[in-house]
Write a protein that binds this ligand. Structure first.
Ligand code: NBP
Length: 477
């Protein structure tokens, strides 16, 4: 009888195929399967010689080709297909076998699937994998969630295939239940904010400073050697430098300005609303994509709605101001995303180690950046930190950048360039640093029209004023 494989991968589209190849490249025998057999055959024809693969046409043969406890990575389209695969696998599995959903599933689905699988004696893990197809092949950032004992069964393989930074694997057990997919969701949300901030900087450099795409590409290349050093800044330089073969123009100039999305940014914002966590950077990034999608409406509005007369300001100072505004806004976006993970951890009892999240995002994933080292250090020193902005390094970084940040928001507003993420991040910063904001008036209004009561600064308890009657204040608790 052929030797059993240590792990299996079902779903051999780009991500599953590359993960399977990554695992096999570490000398681990891998069983592979795909719903449509032609894809399995193609995989074996192209990559079968790269390692010890066992390919199966049927799910039964696939399950039987695995050693016990069976470890099965499911890498299919998120949503119904994951449930369909679980339903197919369940009757074929034994007590203690492990199903690992490594796609971009929504965390409430992972919580539900964990319970459903547990009822059948199956251990279910929801694992976030970031890095796109190249990451999956060469070393992704891996965010495993689920039963720690199940994780112990796959830890060796997962850490072996993950990216490494300073010899540290970009893989750590995140927490139970839906924690892994939750953290992956916030990772993707932060990716939205990062990308939106870059797009706003590009817009300002184009329409206010008056530079063309290749010149802006060079600026991003320079920025990639400072505080902003990151994968996304690096590839921005490359994308802006690319010439379109057909027209000879910069390729970005012929790409349609409508951004698409698969939903993880929206989920992050929706969850922030549920948790009551201010998450303006990511949410504005999601809205900016939805506004970009209204292309026909924008086209009509562009000739109907008035804006200011454009006046370009080609000055060096503004270019550096934009860099500083980008950095400060990025700090805010991460501060918000990490505050959200902290709130979710408390709400769900996940005990997330936020420094570990920064550590595993340093390599392999789309938001990998130098600056994550600073976040890791911040949580190493203050594990229960409420907000990253309160750590001296970030407090000073934002204080140093704030004058430039304000100038950029001012000039963009004057020139009529939309900068939802830059400006909302600055408003969040200004709101967060206020000891006393204007919500006292909100409470007064709510009490006037709805008797919703208010608290006083000088006494305990809840109060209501009979505004429209005798004007007297009564204690209500
Ligand atoms: P896709 O998301 O395009 O899914 C295609 C795979 O799902 C194929 O293997 C397909 O089988 C299988 N599948 C479908 Br569709 N319905 C099925 C069903 N009812 N039963 C069984 N199999 C079914 O693949 P991907 O782009 O490789 O992504 C896989 C996962 O990884 C997704 O959750 C994705 O969001 C996530 N992810 C992707 C990236 C990326 O860069 N692409 C990055 C990070 C995470 P078939 O061949 O028979 O149609």
């Amino acid at each position: 009888m052929a030797e059993k494989s240590r792990i299996g991968v079902t779903g051999l589209a780009v991500m599953g195929a590359n993960l399977a190849r990554n695992i096999a490249s570490r000398g681990v025998p891998v069983a592979v399967h795909n719903r449509t057999t032609a894809k399995t055959e193609q995989f074996m024809a192209e990559h079968g010689g790269e390692g010890e693969f066992t390919a199966s046409e049927s799910v039964e043969d696939f399950v039987n080709s695995l050693e016990r406890p069976r470890r099965i990575i499911v890498m299919v389209k998120a949503g119904r297909p994951v449930d369909a695969v679980i339903e197919e696998l369940t009757p074929l599995l034994d007590e203690g076998d492990i199903i690992i959903d490594a796609g971009n599933s929504h965390f409430p689905d992972t919580v539900r699937r964990t319970e459903e699988c547990a009822a059948n004696g199956i251990r279910f893990m929801g694992v976030g994998v970031s890095g796109g197809e190249e990451g999956a092949l060469l070393g992704p950032s891996i965010m495993p969630g689920g039963d720690p004992e199940a994780y112990a069964e796959v830890e060796e393989i997962f850490t072996a295939i993950s990216a490494k930074v300073d010899d540290t694997p970009c893989c750590v057990h995140v927490g139970p239940g839906g924690a892994g997919h939750y953290v992956k969701m916030v990772h993707n949300g932060i990716e939205y904010a990062d990308i939106q901030l870059i797009a706003e900087a590009y817009d300002l450099l184009t329409h206010v400073v008056g530079l063309d795409a290749p010149a802006i590409g060079k600026i991003f290349e320079e920025w990639n050697s400072g505080d902003l050093e990151s994968f996304l800044i690096e590839i921005t330089g490359k994308v802006l430098a690319k010439t379109d073969e057909k027209t000879g123009k910069p390729l970005v100039d012929v790409i349609v300005d409508q951004a698409e999305q698969k939903g993880t940014g929206r989920w992050t914002s929706q969850d922030a609303l549920d948790l009551g966590v201010p998450l303006t950077g990511i949410t504005e990034a999601v809205f900016a994509r939805t506004l970009s999608a209204l292309r026909d409406e924008r086209r009509a509005a562009s000739t109907t709605l008035a804006g200011p007369s454009p006046a370009q300001k080609a000055d060096e100072q503004l270019v550096d101001d934009i860099r500083q505004a980008l950095y400060a806004s990025k700090v805010v976006a991460y501060a918000q995303g990490f505050a959200q993970m902290r709130a979710a951890s408390i709400e769900n009892d996940w005990d997330l180690k936020l420094g570990d999240m920064a550590t595993i995002w340093r390599g392999g994933c789309i938001i990998r950046a130098q600056f994550l080292n600073r976040i890791r250090d911040a949580y190493a020193e203050h594990p229960d930190l409420d907000n990253l902005l309160m750590v001296p390094y970030f407090t000073e970084a934002v204080a140093d950048a704030q004058d430039a940040w304000r100038r950029v928001v001012t000039v963009a507003t004057e020139q009529g360039v939309a900068i939802p993420a830059f400006s909302s991040s600055l408003s969040y910063y200004d709101g967060y640093r206020r000891e006393r904001g204007p919500a006292n008036l909100i409470q007064g209004l709510r009490d006037y029209f709805g008797a919703h009561t208010y608290r006083r600064t000088d006494a305990e308890g809840s109060f209501h004023t009979r505004w429209a009657q005798d004007g007297a204040e009564v204690r209500t608790d």
